[in-house]
Design a protein around this ligand. Structure first.
Ligand code: TRP
Length: 330
């Protein structure tokens, strides 16, 4: 039996290069070795976008299409819609009984996001979404979670919840599997503005669906070493976002180009031109597949429906086991 992977994305819009480097790439690489579940996290999307339901609905297709476009094969992976899997809602409720509010308030990712969205008044659902994420991971007893670094606190929280559950209700057995995070080998991708994180809501992202010209324009705007004013100035790739992108997408040339920057033998616009080309080459096959799925939405819908049915079959069994362990069966 193959081990299981579960990972996925909030359905708040199209995915970008940060998602690609952080998680999508390893999903594709591992899809044949693991029984892979991809969650279209529409409930989690509501935590920040509950006032924009149509955006989330469109986002379900966007995220499914981007996952298929990067090369996940529908016959290999289970792509499913979070809100349609009842087990996730039920497990969330059960776990929430023993998760302390303080541990949620001190979760560093929750803190950063709360600041970023400007929440004076945190909702119950937002504060608690790591509990729901623990349900996402456990309804199918996932073993491995490929994610970007910002998700590590959530995976840690999930592991804690599982240990607690097993302690409280396991009767010496592990009812739930303790998963491992699989962190991307490439460091987190900064935004084109130089911000440490590329983010949809930060307006600094290059999307998988961006046309070659748009990629070119965005790379032109991308932050470089601001001390380098003239072509003859020596540059410092260590503080240049374009250099970081070269390392992520152009590993064969990035060291040479970095050296040329240091001794002022390449200018920023040439360096950016090379980068745009490399990124567009990476995106070409992705966009070809994207075009197919975007113009065949009924196929995408069918893939999601089939995946969701499978998730429900597995989830219903898990919920029964959990209820049994919690002595809720009469
Ligand atoms: N929180 C993840 C993100 O924002 C999405 C997500 C929801 C997820 N449930 C998950 C990731 C379970 C890994 C496992 O990108």
């Amino acid at each position: 039996m193959k081990k299981r992977i579960l990972t996925g994305d909030r359905t708040t819009g199209k995915l970008h290069l940060g998602h690609y480097i952080g998680s999508l790439k390893s999903r594709v690489a591992l899809q044949e070795s693991y029984d892979t579940f991809i969650i279209l996290a529409d409930v989690q999307a509501l935590t920040t976008h509950f006032k924009e339901p149509s955006k989330i609905n469109e986002g379900i297709y966007d995220v499914a299409i981007d996952n298929l476009a990067v090369g996940l094969k529908p016959e290999e992976v289970t792509i499913f819609q979070q809100s349609q899997v009842k087990a996730i809602a039920e497990l969330t409720i059960f776990y929430s009984m023993f998760v302390s509010v303080n541990s949620l308030r001190h979760n560093p990712t929750i803190k950063t996001e709360a600041m970023q969205y400007g929440y004076e008044d945190l909702t119950y659902g937002f504060l608690g979404y790591p509990v729901s994420q623990a349900a996402d991971i456990t309804f199918c007893n996932a073993d491995l979670i490929p994610v970007g670094g910002d998700q590590l606190p959530h995976i840690e929280q999930t592991r804690k919840i599982i240990r607690r559950f097993n302690d409280l209700y396991g009767d010496g057995q592990n009812v739930l599997t303790i998963p491992e995070a699989l962190l991307s080998e490439t460091p987190r991708l900064p935004g084109v503005d130089g911000n440490a994180k590329m983010g949809k809501s930060l307006g600094n992202a290059i999307y998988l669906s961006d046309e070659p010209e748009v990629v070119g324009q965005k790379i032109k705007m991308t932050k470089t070493d601001t001390n380098r004013l003239r072509l003859t100035d020596r540059g410092n790739p260590d503080i240049c976002t374009v250099a970081t992108y070269h390392r992520a997408f152009n590993s064969t040339e990035s060291a040479t180009i970095g050296e040329m920057c240091r001794n002022a033998s390449i200018g920023c616009s040439t360096c950016k031109g090379v980068l745009s080309q490399v990124i567009n080459e990476t995106l070409k096959p992705i966009q070809d597949r994207r075009h197919y799925y975007d113009t065949h939405r009924h196929v995408v819908r069918e893939i999601i429906m089939t995946g969701t049915d499978r998730a429900n079959i597995i989830g219903d069994v898990m919920v029964e086991e959990v209820k049994e362990a919690m002595k809720l069966k009469i």
